[in-house]
Design a protein around this ligand. Structure first.
Ligand SMILES: [Zn+2]
Length: 290
């Protein structure tokens, strides 16, 4: 990363990752202090470490939701912060708040649903939660809790809102446009590419209602990321540019909307052609039917 606005440690960042969801913490104890020392020994300067994962679990002592099973009194963020301060390894708190399991107090109250009203299930077991529901506030509360307690050097957001037809989304879109949410068939036929990669260049979408939908989807995500950044900065004003948001692996520069994929008429045509023959596998909530 070469932009001079970024802090030196980020511009020449050598990041190592510990993902909570890659471990079965009921069976093994992950020694975060040792991992931190190993990162330093390998000349790494950043530890991207799970604060909260897509299953609704936290890897620190949270008052808001369940802790990952088996962690007991172990607190990953505290260990990484303390050992990192000793060895010069910055802490990036990783948040993926795509969903929850039935051990979460909000389970079933914030579901993302498909257009038939069935909860969207990811990885066959996890219910996706919708950021236009009360889950949005839950997300902001978790971020605030982490920043207040651990003051990490930055945050890494790794999820994006899926297309959703819940009551909150239906109401929000109707308030904005006076229209009903479009369905998957209609979106695919118009060449709107995937359920959660709305690109820039929405003017290439001819239909005003579908164009408004694409813009609104992107806006929902941008607003949430800005709100998360606002929460983090309100607690750590010195953060300024230490925020990284990612959507499915693509870096999103916080103050610029969109994924950097430019939509034009030729691309819309191409997407429309291929989605017409592949709607069931690309846009429907396949897993929920299994
Ligand atoms: Zn929704």
């Amino acid at each position: 990363m070469s932009d001079a606005r970024w802090p030196e440690w980020l511009r020449h960042g050598r990041m190592f990752t510990t993902d909570g969801h890659m471990y079965d913490t009921r069976r093994e104890r992950v020694d975060i202090r040792r991992i931190t020392r190993t990162i330093a020994a390998c000349h790494g300067n950043i530890h991207r470490l799970t604060a909260h994962t897509f299953m609704g679990w936290s890897y620190y002592d949270s008052r808001l939701g369940p802790k990952a099973p088996g962690l007991g009194d172990q607190d990953w963020l505290a260990e990484a912060r303390d050992e990192g301060a000793r060895y010069g390894v910055k802490l990036l708190a990783y948040f993926n708040m795509l969903g929850y399991l039935d051990d979460h107090p909000l389970y079933g109250t914030c579901d993302s649903v498909d257009e038939r009203g069935d909860p969207i299930v990811i990885y066959r077991v996890v219910r996706a939660a919708c950021i236009n529901s009360p889950w949005r506030q839950a997300v902001l509360d978790v971020v605030a809790e982490v920043f207040r307690r651990y003051a990490p050097d930055g945050l890494y957001i790794d999820w994006a809102q899926k297309s959703c037809w819940c009551g909150y989304c239906r109401d929000a879109f109707r308030r904005l446009t006076g229209e009903a949410l479009p369905g998957t068939e209609e979106l695919a036929a118009a060449g709107i590419p995937t359920s959660y990669s709305w690109p820039e260049g929405s003017e290439a979408i001819d239909d005003a209602r579908l164009r408004a939908y694409a813009v609104w989807q992107q806006q929902c995500r941008d607003d949430l990321f800005k709100a998360i950044g606002g929460v983090a900065r309100s607690i750590r004003p010195d953060l300024e540019d230490g925020l990284l948001t990612f959507e499915h692996g693509d870096l999103v520069v916080p103050e610029r909307p969109g994924l950097g994929v430019r939509l034009d008429r030729e691309r819309v045509e191409r997407y429309a052609r291929c989605t017409r023959s592949a709607v069931p596998s690309t846009m429907r909530n396949e897993e929920s039917r299994r």
